[in-house]
Design a protein around this ligand. Structure first.
Ligand SMILES: [Zn+2]
Length: 321
Protein backbone atom coordinates (compact mmCIF):
# COMPACT_ATOMS: atom_id res chain seq x y z
CA UNK A 1 0.00 0.00 0.00
CA UNK A 2 1.31 3.43 -0.99
CA UNK A 3 1.62 6.20 1.58
CA UNK A 4 -1.12 8.03 -0.23
CA UNK A 5 -3.52 5.11 -0.03
CA UNK A 6 -2.76 4.75 3.63
CA UNK A 7 -3.55 8.43 4.13
CA UNK A 8 -6.75 8.02 2.16
CA UNK A 9 -7.80 5.20 4.44
CA UNK A 10 -7.19 7.47 7.44
CA UNK A 11 -9.26 10.17 5.82
CA UNK A 12 -12.38 8.19 6.70
CA UNK A 13 -12.11 9.31 10.31
CA UNK A 14 -14.89 11.89 10.05
CA UNK A 15 -17.19 9.33 8.48
CA UNK A 16 -16.29 6.81 11.16
CA UNK A 17 -16.98 9.18 14.05
CA UNK A 18 -20.28 10.29 12.53
CA UNK A 19 -21.28 6.63 12.25
CA UNK A 20 -20.74 6.44 16.01
CA UNK A 21 -23.14 9.30 16.58
CA UNK A 22 -20.46 11.94 17.03
CA UNK A 23 -21.17 15.29 15.41
CA UNK A 24 -17.77 16.30 14.06
CA UNK A 25 -18.81 19.81 13.11
CA UNK A 26 -18.71 20.78 16.77
CA UNK A 27 -16.63 19.86 19.78
CA UNK A 28 -17.51 16.62 21.50
CA UNK A 29 -16.71 14.68 24.61
CA UNK A 30 -13.14 13.28 24.62
CA UNK A 31 -13.04 9.56 23.80
CA UNK A 32 -9.91 8.90 25.84
CA UNK A 33 -11.09 6.35 28.44
CA UNK A 34 -8.67 7.86 30.97
CA UNK A 35 -10.03 11.35 30.55
CA UNK A 36 -13.28 11.99 32.35
CA UNK A 37 -14.29 14.85 30.08
CA UNK A 38 -17.30 16.76 31.32
CA UNK A 39 -17.23 19.59 28.81
CA UNK A 40 -16.70 18.51 25.16
CA UNK A 41 -12.99 19.17 24.79
CA UNK A 42 -12.35 17.09 21.69
CA UNK A 43 -12.34 18.46 18.18
CA UNK A 44 -12.13 16.88 14.75
CA UNK A 45 -9.54 18.44 12.43
CA UNK A 46 -9.19 18.26 8.68
CA UNK A 47 -5.83 16.60 8.95
CA UNK A 48 -7.78 13.47 9.82
CA UNK A 49 -7.15 13.58 13.52
CA UNK A 50 -9.06 14.42 16.64
CA UNK A 51 -7.42 16.52 19.30
CA UNK A 52 -8.39 16.99 22.95
CA UNK A 53 -7.81 20.40 24.52
CA UNK A 54 -8.25 18.82 27.94
CA UNK A 55 -5.82 15.91 28.00
CA UNK A 56 -3.81 16.78 24.89
CA UNK A 57 -4.35 13.42 23.16
CA UNK A 58 -4.39 13.20 19.35
CA UNK A 59 -5.97 10.19 17.62
CA UNK A 60 -6.23 9.02 14.04
CA UNK A 61 -8.75 6.59 12.55
CA UNK A 62 -6.96 3.48 13.84
CA UNK A 63 -6.68 4.87 17.36
CA UNK A 64 -10.37 5.76 17.38
CA UNK A 65 -11.40 2.30 16.21
CA UNK A 66 -9.17 0.76 18.86
CA UNK A 67 -10.78 2.89 21.58
CA UNK A 68 -14.40 2.84 20.48
CA UNK A 69 -14.40 -0.88 19.65
CA UNK A 70 -12.04 -1.83 22.42
CA UNK A 71 -9.57 -3.76 20.23
CA UNK A 72 -5.80 -3.64 19.79
CA UNK A 73 -4.04 -1.68 17.04
CA UNK A 74 -3.61 -4.59 14.66
CA UNK A 75 -7.28 -5.45 14.86
CA UNK A 76 -8.18 -1.78 14.47
CA UNK A 77 -6.19 -1.59 11.24
CA UNK A 78 -7.82 -4.76 9.96
CA UNK A 79 -11.25 -3.33 10.69
CA UNK A 80 -10.39 0.00 9.04
CA UNK A 81 -9.54 -1.95 5.88
CA UNK A 82 -12.78 -3.86 6.11
CA UNK A 83 -14.84 -0.70 6.52
CA UNK A 84 -13.05 1.50 4.04
CA UNK A 85 -10.88 -0.60 1.78
CA UNK A 86 -9.74 1.45 -1.15
CA UNK A 87 -10.12 -1.16 -3.86
CA UNK A 88 -6.54 -2.31 -3.46
CA UNK A 89 -5.54 -5.75 -2.39
CA UNK A 90 -5.67 -6.10 1.35
CA UNK A 91 -2.30 -6.31 2.96
CA UNK A 92 -1.55 -8.65 5.72
CA UNK A 93 -1.17 -7.29 9.21
CA UNK A 94 2.42 -8.47 9.17
CA UNK A 95 3.21 -6.31 6.19
CA UNK A 96 1.48 -3.40 7.80
CA UNK A 97 3.46 -3.69 11.01
CA UNK A 98 6.68 -4.06 9.06
CA UNK A 99 5.89 -0.94 7.10
CA UNK A 100 4.91 1.00 10.18
CA UNK A 101 8.28 0.22 11.68
CA UNK A 102 10.08 1.10 8.50
CA UNK A 103 8.17 4.36 8.32
CA UNK A 104 9.91 5.63 11.42
CA UNK A 105 13.43 5.32 10.07
CA UNK A 106 12.63 5.54 6.39
CA UNK A 107 14.36 8.10 4.20
CA UNK A 108 11.99 10.96 3.53
CA UNK A 109 10.29 11.10 0.17
CA UNK A 110 11.35 13.94 -2.10
CA UNK A 111 8.45 15.47 -4.04
CA UNK A 112 10.45 18.19 -5.84
CA UNK A 113 9.98 16.61 -9.26
CA UNK A 114 6.30 15.96 -8.65
CA UNK A 115 5.79 19.60 -7.68
CA UNK A 116 7.18 20.72 -11.04
CA UNK A 117 4.64 18.56 -12.84
CA UNK A 118 1.81 19.58 -10.55
CA UNK A 119 2.43 23.32 -11.02
CA UNK A 120 2.28 22.74 -14.79
CA UNK A 121 -0.97 20.83 -14.27
CA UNK A 122 -2.42 23.83 -12.50
CA UNK A 123 -1.77 26.04 -15.52
CA UNK A 124 -3.81 23.67 -17.65
CA UNK A 125 -6.64 22.87 -15.24
CA UNK A 126 -9.45 25.40 -15.44
CA UNK A 127 -11.42 24.04 -12.47
CA UNK A 128 -8.36 24.33 -10.25
CA UNK A 129 -7.68 27.89 -11.37
CA UNK A 130 -11.32 28.74 -10.77
CA UNK A 131 -11.12 27.26 -7.31
CA UNK A 132 -8.20 29.53 -6.42
CA UNK A 133 -9.91 32.51 -8.03
CA UNK A 134 -13.01 31.91 -5.87
CA UNK A 135 -10.88 31.77 -2.76
CA UNK A 136 -9.14 34.97 -3.90
CA UNK A 137 -5.69 33.48 -4.07
CA UNK A 138 -4.18 35.40 -6.98
CA UNK A 139 -1.86 33.92 -9.58
CA UNK A 140 1.18 35.71 -8.21
CA UNK A 141 0.68 34.17 -4.77
CA UNK A 142 -0.04 30.76 -6.30
CA UNK A 143 3.24 30.94 -8.23
CA UNK A 144 5.23 32.20 -5.25
CA UNK A 145 4.10 29.21 -3.16
CA UNK A 146 4.39 26.70 -6.00
CA UNK A 147 0.76 25.64 -5.80
CA UNK A 148 -0.11 22.78 -8.09
CA UNK A 149 -2.89 20.50 -9.20
CA UNK A 150 -3.09 16.74 -9.32
CA UNK A 151 -5.56 13.87 -9.49
CA UNK A 152 -4.90 10.88 -7.27
CA UNK A 153 -6.53 7.55 -7.91
CA UNK A 154 -7.51 5.29 -5.06
CA UNK A 155 -9.04 2.20 -6.54
CA UNK A 156 -12.42 3.40 -7.74
CA UNK A 157 -12.13 6.89 -6.28
CA UNK A 158 -10.38 9.96 -7.66
CA UNK A 159 -9.21 12.88 -5.63
CA UNK A 160 -8.89 16.15 -7.54
CA UNK A 161 -6.80 18.47 -5.49
CA UNK A 162 -4.88 21.71 -5.22
CA UNK A 163 -1.42 20.82 -3.96
CA UNK A 164 0.19 23.06 -1.38
CA UNK A 165 3.85 22.12 -0.93
CA UNK A 166 4.89 22.41 2.72
CA UNK A 167 8.47 21.33 2.13
CA UNK A 168 10.14 19.14 -0.46
CA UNK A 169 9.13 16.16 1.70
CA UNK A 170 5.48 16.83 2.25
CA UNK A 171 2.38 18.63 1.05
CA UNK A 172 -1.27 19.28 1.70
CA UNK A 173 -3.81 18.33 -0.94
CA UNK A 174 -7.10 20.25 -0.87
CA UNK A 175 -10.01 18.55 -2.56
CA UNK A 176 -11.70 20.84 -5.10
CA UNK A 177 -14.30 18.41 -6.39
CA UNK A 178 -17.63 19.33 -4.81
CA UNK A 179 -19.17 16.02 -5.88
CA UNK A 180 -16.67 14.22 -3.66
CA UNK A 181 -17.49 15.32 -0.14
CA UNK A 182 -15.88 12.41 1.67
CA UNK A 183 -12.55 14.10 1.94
CA UNK A 184 -11.63 17.76 2.17
CA UNK A 185 -7.92 17.46 2.75
CA UNK A 186 -5.27 14.95 2.97
CA UNK A 187 -1.75 15.53 4.13
CA UNK A 188 1.41 13.53 3.71
CA UNK A 189 1.94 11.76 6.95
CA UNK A 190 3.40 12.51 10.37
CA UNK A 191 6.91 13.76 10.38
CA UNK A 192 6.54 15.20 6.87
CA UNK A 193 3.92 17.63 8.09
CA UNK A 194 5.68 20.81 8.97
CA UNK A 195 4.57 24.38 9.58
CA UNK A 196 3.62 26.05 6.29
CA UNK A 197 5.78 29.00 5.17
CA UNK A 198 8.10 28.60 8.13
CA UNK A 199 10.50 31.17 6.61
CA UNK A 200 8.05 33.85 7.75
CA UNK A 201 9.25 33.18 11.29
CA UNK A 202 12.86 33.92 10.40
CA UNK A 203 12.74 36.71 7.79
CA UNK A 204 13.33 40.36 8.73
CA UNK A 205 9.63 41.32 8.83
CA UNK A 206 8.85 42.69 12.30
CA UNK A 207 5.59 40.73 12.68
CA UNK A 208 4.19 37.34 11.75
CA UNK A 209 0.60 36.11 11.64
CA UNK A 210 -0.10 32.60 12.92
CA UNK A 211 -3.00 30.88 11.19
CA UNK A 212 -4.52 27.41 11.22
CA UNK A 213 -5.07 26.59 7.56
CA UNK A 214 -2.81 27.03 4.56
CA UNK A 215 -5.47 29.06 2.76
CA UNK A 216 -5.59 31.50 5.67
CA UNK A 217 -1.86 31.95 5.43
CA UNK A 218 -2.05 32.38 1.64
CA UNK A 219 -4.82 34.96 2.09
CA UNK A 220 -2.62 37.08 4.34
CA UNK A 221 0.41 36.66 2.12
CA UNK A 222 -1.66 37.72 -0.90
CA UNK A 223 -2.32 41.10 0.73
CA UNK A 224 1.33 41.53 1.64
CA UNK A 225 1.26 40.33 5.25
CA UNK A 226 3.81 37.91 6.67
CA UNK A 227 2.24 34.64 7.87
CA UNK A 228 2.62 30.98 8.72
CA UNK A 229 0.00 28.21 8.92
CA UNK A 230 0.23 25.53 11.54
CA UNK A 231 -1.74 23.23 9.26
CA UNK A 232 -2.02 20.54 11.86
CA UNK A 233 -3.01 20.83 15.50
CA UNK A 234 -0.01 18.81 16.50
CA UNK A 235 2.09 21.65 15.11
CA UNK A 236 0.93 23.90 17.93
CA UNK A 237 3.37 22.18 20.25
CA UNK A 238 5.98 22.07 17.48
CA UNK A 239 5.65 25.85 17.19
CA UNK A 240 6.15 26.31 20.92
CA UNK A 241 9.36 24.32 20.77
CA UNK A 242 10.90 26.47 18.05
CA UNK A 243 13.64 28.97 18.71
CA UNK A 244 11.43 32.03 18.21
CA UNK A 245 12.68 35.48 17.32
CA UNK A 246 11.64 37.52 20.34
CA UNK A 247 11.95 40.80 18.45
CA UNK A 248 9.04 39.82 16.27
CA UNK A 249 5.42 40.47 17.16
CA UNK A 250 3.22 37.44 16.68
CA UNK A 251 -0.36 37.97 15.59
CA UNK A 252 -2.71 35.06 16.24
CA UNK A 253 -5.34 34.59 13.53
CA UNK A 254 -7.03 31.30 14.31
CA UNK A 255 -10.44 30.15 13.15
CA UNK A 256 -13.44 31.86 14.58
CA UNK A 257 -14.80 28.82 16.41
CA UNK A 258 -14.53 27.20 19.81
CA UNK A 259 -11.37 25.28 18.96
CA UNK A 260 -9.81 28.40 17.48
CA UNK A 261 -10.57 30.25 20.71
CA UNK A 262 -9.00 27.51 22.78
CA UNK A 263 -5.92 27.44 20.58
CA UNK A 264 -5.67 31.24 20.93
CA UNK A 265 -5.94 31.04 24.73
CA UNK A 266 -3.35 28.31 24.75
CA UNK A 267 -0.83 30.20 22.65
CA UNK A 268 -1.37 33.50 24.53
CA UNK A 269 -0.54 31.71 27.75
CA UNK A 270 2.66 30.51 26.09
CA UNK A 271 3.51 34.03 24.83
CA UNK A 272 2.99 35.50 28.28
CA UNK A 273 5.11 32.85 29.97
CA UNK A 274 7.93 33.46 27.52
CA UNK A 275 7.62 37.25 27.37
CA UNK A 276 6.88 37.18 23.67
CA UNK A 277 4.98 40.12 22.18
CA UNK A 278 1.67 39.33 20.52
CA UNK A 279 -1.55 40.71 19.14
CA UNK A 280 -4.74 38.89 18.23
CA UNK A 281 -6.69 39.17 15.02
CA UNK A 282 -10.25 37.92 14.86
CA UNK A 283 -12.13 37.51 11.60
CA UNK A 284 -15.29 38.55 13.53
CA UNK A 285 -18.25 37.74 11.27
CA UNK A 286 -16.41 35.09 9.29
CA UNK A 287 -15.33 31.58 10.10
CA UNK A 288 -11.71 32.10 9.22
CA UNK A 289 -9.19 34.43 7.60
CA UNK A 290 -9.82 33.19 4.08
CA UNK A 291 -13.57 33.66 4.38
CA UNK A 292 -12.98 37.23 5.61
CA UNK A 293 -10.98 37.90 2.44
CA UNK A 294 -13.44 36.18 0.13
CA UNK A 295 -16.57 37.84 1.53
CA UNK A 296 -15.27 41.39 1.91
CA UNK A 297 -11.85 42.06 0.45
CA UNK A 298 -11.83 45.82 1.12
CA UNK A 299 -12.69 45.42 4.77
CA UNK A 300 -10.22 42.55 5.13
CA UNK A 301 -7.37 44.66 3.78
CA UNK A 302 -8.41 47.52 6.03
CA UNK A 303 -8.41 45.30 9.14
CA UNK A 304 -5.06 43.75 8.30
CA UNK A 305 -3.47 47.13 7.61
CA UNK A 306 -4.80 48.30 10.94
CA UNK A 307 -3.41 45.46 12.97
CA UNK A 308 -0.08 45.72 11.15
CA UNK A 309 0.01 49.42 12.12
CA UNK A 310 -0.62 48.43 15.73
CA UNK A 311 2.20 45.90 15.50
CA UNK A 312 4.58 48.50 14.05
CA UNK A 313 3.65 50.96 16.78
CA UNK A 314 4.52 48.33 19.34
CA UNK A 315 7.90 47.77 17.65
CA UNK A 316 8.64 51.50 17.62
CA UNK A 317 7.69 51.92 21.27
CA UNK A 318 10.11 49.14 22.07
CA UNK A 319 12.93 50.86 20.20
CA UNK A 320 12.29 54.19 21.95
CA UNK A 321 12.40 52.78 25.43
ZN1 LIG B 1 -9.18 14.21 26.56
Amino acid sequence: MEDIEYEYLKSNLRNYLESHGINTSRMFRCINPNHNDSNASMKYYDDNKVYCFGCGETYNLFDCIAILENVDNKEAFKRALQYYKTGQTLRTIKEFTKEKNKENNQKEKDYSRAYKIWTKNLDKEKSAKNYLFNRKIDEKTAKRFNLGYNEFNFGDKTLKAIIIPISKNGFTARNIDTSNNELRYYKTKGHHTDIFNKEALYNDKPFCFITEGEFDCLSLESVGANAIALGSVSNLSKFKNLELNKKKIYITAFDNDEAGEKATEDIIKFFKQNKIKYLTYNSVDYKDVNEALVKDEENFKFCIENIVKRAMKKVNEEEMS
